[in-house]
Design a protein around this ligand. Structure first.
Ligand SMILES: [Zn+2]
Length: 232
C-alpha cells in the first residue's frame, strides 16, 4: 500500500510526467480541441495488442484519430440485434456523427487472436471464444505455421473490410465517395505497414505502395488460395 510521502508508483509517476512535461508543450492544441470539439477524419480499428501503437505509426497527434480497439481488430456483423456492441457503436458514431473520411482496419504480425482462432482458448473465456469466430472465414485449411499465420492475419483484415461494407451507413458513404476503407497489416519486426491494395489484389509494403489503402473497393482474391473463385 502506498502512503502519502512514499515514492509514487510507476504509473503515478507517468501521470505526473504527462502533466508536467508533455501537456505544457501542447496545451493550446488541447484547449482548441475542447473549445472547437474534435473533428478527427480517421476511424482507426486496431487490434488491442500492446505492440501496435497507432499514434506512432501514423504520426498522429491529439484530435486526429478516433480509435476503437478489440481483440483481433474485428468488425462484428451488422445484425441489427441492438446488443451491447461497443465496436458497432463506435463505427456508427464515427460515420454518422463525426463524418470520418477514412476507416482503417489494422491487424498485425504475431497476432494472438489469429493464433487463438486456430488453437482455441480456455473454456472459461466464453466471450473470447465467440468473438474469435469473427476470423473463422479467414482461416486456412492447413497446419498453421508462420506463413499461414501471416496470410490469415491479412485475410482477416480483408474480411473485416467486407463486413464494414454491410453497415448501411458505411456502404452509403463509400458509394458516395465520402469515405474510403483502408486495410493494413503491421509487421512489428520490420516496423512497416503493408496496405491492402484492391487493384493489385494483395498487400503491398508501404515503402512500395502507391496509396495508403484499398481505394476503390473490390472483393479480395487471395492469389495463393487453392480455389481462385472464392472471394476469401
Ligand atoms: Zn492482434
Amino acid at each position: 500500500m502506498n502512503h502519502a510521502g512514499d515514492a509514487p508508483d510507476d504509473l503515478l509517476s507517468r501521470l505526473r510526467q504527462f502533466h508536467s512535461d508533455y501537456f505544457p508543450l501542447h496545451q493550446q492544441r488541447f484547449q482548441d480541441l475542447v473549445s472547437q470539439g474534435q473533428h478527427p477524419k480517421t476511424l482507426f480499428v486496431g487490434c488491442s495488442d500492446s505492440r501496435l501503437v497507432p499514434y506512432l505509426l501514423t504520426g498522429a497527434g491529439p484530435g486526429e484519430l478516433f480509435i476503437v480497439r478489440n481483440v483481433g481488430a474485428f468488425i462484428p456483423p451488422y445484425d441489427g440485434s441492438h446488443g451491447l456492441h461497443g465496436t458497432m457503436a463506435a463505427i456508427e458514431f464515427a460515420v454518422l456523427h463525426l463524418h470520418v473520411e477514412r476507416i482503417i482496419v489494422c491487424g498485425h504480425s504475431h497476432c494472438g487472436a489469429i493464433r487463438a482462432a486456430y488453437e482455441g482458448v480456455s473454456d472459461e473465456a466464453i466471450a473470447l471464444k465467440a468473438w474469435l469466430k469473427l476470423a473463422s472465414e479467414a482461416l486456412l485449411p492447413v497446419q498453421p505455421g508462420a506463413e499461414a499465420f501471416r496470410r490469415t492475419e491479412q485475410r482477416a483484415v480483408v474480411l473485416q473490410l467486407e463486413r464494414l461494407m454491410d453497415y448501411p451507413m458505411v456502404r452509403r458513404a463509400v458509394e458516395e465517395a465520402r469515405l474510403t476503407l483502408h486495410g493494413w497489416h503491421y509487421v512489428i519486426e520490420d516496423g512497416e505497414i503493408h496496405v491492402f491494395d484492391a487493384l493489385r489484389g494483395g498487400f503491398v509494403a508501404a515503402s512500395e505502395a502507391s496509396n495508403s489503402g484499398t481505394g476503390p473497393y473490390r472483393p479480395y482474391v487471395d492469389p495463393d488460395a487453392p480455389e481462385q473463385a472464392t472471394s476469401l
